[in-house]
Design a protein around this ligand. Structure first.
Ligand SMILES: O=P(O)(O)OC[C@H]1O[C@H](O)[C@H](O)[C@@H](O)[C@@H]1O
Length: 539
């Protein structure tokens, strides 16, 4: 089947009457949950509350073959330059792979990875055991990771998920160049006991370098310049720039340009995770991701979790025209999971031209947003239940909590399951009327309220079940989404590994800085007017 035929067949299925129906499919087939549930790396993925049918799945997998999704995956694993616009490989799998498994061109990628992992393990051990001490001889109790985007979101999300009282160090994440962030953090820290990691792949990111300057000056003010140096480490690909910033070479943990920022939490960028939660937790995270990698590389297409998740997204975005997706982890510890996926997915898939540079002929990445349940139920889920456009939901559920409050956990899970059921099944007008009759409402009230109390249903969701939130299950979960993103890049013919869209604003900000200082006019009239208003208000 050609590419065009495969797209045509899929889109035709999406146009069939009842294509988006979910409730009737659940009712017609009691075995639907079993048919559409798959497992890998300890995770369970339930796709039964979508409108997928065996015929739709066949069409999606035919499209995957026509689009060369498996070939793209294999090129990625082989270290080929799948990131064409930057002429780079995308070898984040090497970061958690066994020794000798991955090459990037002539480079033994795995050797570089394992060298850095050994250096990280040695550093973490020395800090935890008090061999490396602060300038005044104190043990380090706190680590501040200064970074933004991929140098912040991944490690911040993971530490939030895994950190428990009693773990070796407290971790803090400083991302925004808004110095209110630093001013809020600063009073909570003792410079004598604070280790500072400057995390930046490029080591040129304006926000990170500005914050690094502030924090370095804060350290130096109490410990002196030389003392401050002993509290600093860098996580970067740009070794000359780390040296120019004054970071000792043995405190630089490197990685290569074949690690994309949003795929970098497994690299030296994850050092704050290892310092805060322990090197064992970091290794567990890598092991979980590796289990998902192995599944992704070997599982047949009709049981391959990342491919199935990507295919489901193609069905929703392209065949059914749904422009957004919500991510609802029913676990407070995953409070930053949606934020991580926002960068992972929207920076990867927010593209309007193909890898060849031609405009894409179809929709690409949807808007991704989310909050933990149950909080989300009391804010935006109204729109997802009764708004005009279906918004597919990813539910993430954790079977066993790490607290002893079984009743609370049952309430949490009951709500997650209820939301998925309510979205899929809805409530017909007849059901709404019957319920109001049972409640004794008068007929005119029933007539008035029935449309408002009707839920259309047929609103899709997928559910991902983790046995417990462990380093291993979290690693597998994040890797599942990373591979989903790679598959979608291939489905859509776009480069999921570049991010040129973030550049223009950066360049313009450089030009506007002198205007804000009053040294030069702004070139854009609207900007100039706002600059003038700001300067008037600043006096
Ligand atoms: O790690 P850095 O080089 O400082 O980059 C930090 C972030 O900023 C960039 O603008 C990109 O949008 C992100 O992909 C990246 O993760």
């Amino acid at each position: 089947m050609t590419d065009g035929e495969a797209w045509g067949a899929l889109l035709a299925l999406g146009r069939q009457p009842g294509a988006a129906a979910i409730r009737s499919r659940l009712d017609a087939d009691p075995g639907r949950a079993a048919t559409f549930t798959h497992q890998a790396a300890g995770l369970t993925l339930d796709l039964s509350r979508t409108a997928l049918t065996p015929a739709v799945l066949d069409a999606l997998l035919a499209l995957a073959r026509a689009r060369g999704v498996a070939a793209f995956r294999d090129s990625m694993a082989a270290g080929q330059a799948v990131n064409g616009t930057e002429a780079r490989a995308a070898l984040h799998m090497a970061l958690r792979g066994p020794e000798g498994a991955f090459r990037a061109g002539s480079e033994d990628a795995s050797a570089a990875v394992h060298g850095t992992l050994a250096a990280m393990a040695g550093f973490v051990r020395a800090v935890h055991e008090g061999e490396i001490l602060g300038a005044r001889g104190d043990r380090f109790t706190d680590v501040v990771n200064i970074g933004i985007g991929g140098s912040d979101l991944g490690p911040a999300m993971v530490t939030r998920a895994l950190w428990q009282t009693g773990m070796p160090m407290r971790a803090h994440y400083l991302a925004n160049v808004d110095a209110h962030a630093w001013e809020a953090l600063r009073p909570t820290l003792d410079p004598a006991r604070t280790l500072v990691l400057v995390a930046s792949k490029t080591f040129t990111t304006q926000e990170t370098m500005a914050n690094a300057g502030l924090v370095k000056a804060w350290l130096a003010a109490s410990l002196g310049e030389e003392g401050a140096r002993g509290h600093l480490a860098a996580l970067s690909t740009n070794l000359p720039a780390t040296a120019a910033f004054g970071i000792a070479p043995d405190r630089v943990f490197g990685f290569r340009d074949w690690v994309g920022g949003r795929f970098s939490l497994w690299s030296a960028v994850g050092l704050s995770i290892a310092l805060a939660c322990g090197m064992g937790a970091f290794q567990g995270l890598l092991a979980g991701a590796r289990a998902m990698d192995e599944h992704f590389l070997a599982a047949p297409e009709d049981a391959n979790l990342p491919l199935l998740l990507a295919a489901t997204e193609v069905w929703h975005v392209n065949a059914l025209g749904y422009p957004a997706r919500a991510v609802l982890p029913y676990d407070e510890r995953l409070a930053r999971f949606a934020a991580h996926l926002q960068q992972l997915e929207m920076e990867s898939l927010g593209k309007r031209v193909t890898v060849q540079g031609a405009p894409v002929a179809h929709a690409t990445g949807p808007v991704v947003f989310g909050e933990p349940g149950t909080n989300a139920q009391h804010s935006f889920l109204q729109l997802i239940h009764q708004g005009t456009t279906p918004v597919p939901v990813d539910f993430v559920l954790v079977a066993r909590p790490d607290h002893g409050h079984a009743a609370s956990h049952r309430i949490l899970l009951a709500n997650a399951l209820a939301q998925a059921e309510a979205l899929a099944r809805g409530r017909t007008e007849a059901e709404a009327r019957a319920e109001m009759q049972r409640a004794g409402l008068p007929p005119h009230e029933i007539d008035r309220l029935a449309p408002h109390r009707t839920f259309p249903g047929d609103r899709p969701s997928v559910s991902i079940l983790l046995p417990a939130l462990t380093p291993e299950s979290l690693g597998a979960l994040v890797a599942l989404y990373e591979h989903k993103v790679a598959c979608l890049g291939a489905f859509w013919g776009i480069n999921p590994f570049d991010q040129w869209g973030v550049e223009l604003g950066k360049q313009l900000a450089g030009g506007i800085l002198p205007a804000l200082a009053g040294d030069a006019p702004a070139s854009d009239a609207a900007t100039a007017a706002m600059v003038a208003a700001i300067r008037r208000l600043q006096g």
